[in-house]
Write a protein of this length. Structure first.
Length: 172
């Protein structure tokens, strides 16, 4: 059985993962509609599906522990980016925030001797290492090419090769 505090923390994390999905969905739409960058759009759309999977993983875990998983109302992401470079900056800062949240839940799990949640959060820690590294590397590449359109288009083409998550085709 999960504590009330852990149940709340996990429900808050579900909301954060759902917000992440919406953030990446909006970024994907903007990259396609406003900038004609189909590769960036594809990458963000894949990220959207991945973030939904993260939320579902927590929901399934909570249900398996007899806890009450809940969906919160979400605000639309505020568009604070103007191009691919600033979108990747926003994405990187966002992933760093998610990493801190995962770390806070891990600390709580350790304090409560909640080994099941600690095990779940170990997976999320590894996932966040990967997420931050990926976004950081893409941002670094975009920074290298600066205003060189050919360089940006090369990155765009590369991002379009990202494999789609399982069941991604069900969404489009």
């Amino acid at each position: 059985m999960l504590s009330k505090q852990m149940t709340q923390a996990l429900n808050d994390q579900i909301a954060s993962e759902m917000y992440s999905a919406n953030l990446y969905l909006q970024m994907g739409l903007d990259m396609a509609q406003d900038h004609g960058l189909q590769g960036f759009s594809h990458w963000f759309m894949c990220q959207w599906a991945e973030e939904l999977g993260h939320a579902l993983k927590i929901m399934h875990y909570m249900m398996s522990r007899g806890a009450d998983a809940k969906i919160s109302a979400l605000e639309a992401p505020e568009k604070t980016w103007k191009d691919a470079r600033t979108a990747m900056e926003v994405a990187y800062k966002h992933e760093q925030m998610i990493t801190r949240q995962v770390g806070d839940i891990m600390k709580m799990a350790k304090t409560e001797n909640d080994y099941g949640t600690e095990c779940l959060m170990r997976w999320y820690v590894g996932e966040q290492i990967e997420e931050e590294d990926t976004v950081r590397r893409i941002h670094a590449q975009v920074m290298m090419v600066r205003d060189q359109k050919s360089g940006l288009l090369f990155i765009d083409k590369e991002l379009h090769t990202r494999p789609e998550p399982a069941h991604f085709h069900d969404y489009h």
